[in-house]
Design a protein around this ligand. Structure first.
Ligand code: HEC
Ligand code: HEC
Ligand code: HEC
Length: 116
């Protein structure tokens, strides 16, 4: 009896692991975030390359590996994010690794648009 319940348990475990790995998402080349201010194309592969492939810089500290999860960089969140150095503003902030939002809207947003 004990033997069979153990067998069953390991069988369930094997199935669960197989299912989980099948559901693992592929690392994206790029992600497009649709906004009414102009779509933002995030070059995922290029960004990963810039940190020498160290996924931990962004995952899961800034975002989970899920393109449907909130970015926390919506309208009105650029400045608060910069203040806290979170989301894209972990790097895209004055004095950071890359350009800040202010004056650089069209480096991220497809349509050149309003100032902040
Ligand atoms: C580092 C890249 C980057 C820069 C620079 C940037 N944005 Fe954004 N912006 C984004 C991303 C990414 C989103 C989508 C966020 C989300 O989906 O949570 C966004 C969303 C927005 C939205 C929300 C639109 C909607 O559909 O709700 C507005 C408005 C906006 N940005 C305005 C601006 C303005 C104005 C500037 C310049 C002062 C600017 N952004 C600079 C990346 C950027
Ligand atoms: C510079 C930051 C950054 C780095 C580094 C990074 N990612 Fe991502 N990744 C993102 C962002 C942003 C998203 C979208 C998150 C969201 O929409 O909330 C994402 C999403 C993903 C997704 C989900 C794709 C989907 O279709 O749902 C996977 C898988 C992923 N990343 C894998 C990786 C792997 C593997 C590495 C390391 C080789 C890596 N990422 C490095 C920023 C990064
Ligand atoms: C780990 C730091 C880091 C994070 C986090 C990060 N970026 Fe960047 N990003 C960079 C660097 C470095 C560059 C190169 C910029 C330069 O040459 O000034 C860059 C460049 C860009 C560019 C110009 C196109 C390109 O890739 O060369 C866009 C657009 C951009 N980032 C959008 C985003 C958006 C949107 C987010 C959030 C979803 C984000 N970045 C998060 C570091 C980062």
């Amino acid at each position: 009896m004990r033997f069979w319940s153990r067998m069953l348990l390991s069988l369930i475990l094997v199935c669960a692991v197989a299912l989980l790995s099948a559901q693992q998402k592929k690392e994206p080349e790029k992600l497009v975030f649709n906004t009414k201010f102009g779509n933002v194309t995030f070059l995922h592969a290029k960004h990963a390359e810039r940190v020498n492939g160290d996924c931990k810089v962004c995952h899961d500290k800034l975002w989970p590996q899920d393109a449907k999860a909130p970015l926390n960089f919506k309208e009105g969140m650029h400045k608060p994010a910069e203040a806290k150095k979170i989301s894209c503003a972990f790097c895209h902030v004055a004095g950071g690794k890359s350009f800040a939002s202010m004056g650089n809207c069209n480096k991220c947003h497809a349509k050149p648009g309003a100032k902040s």
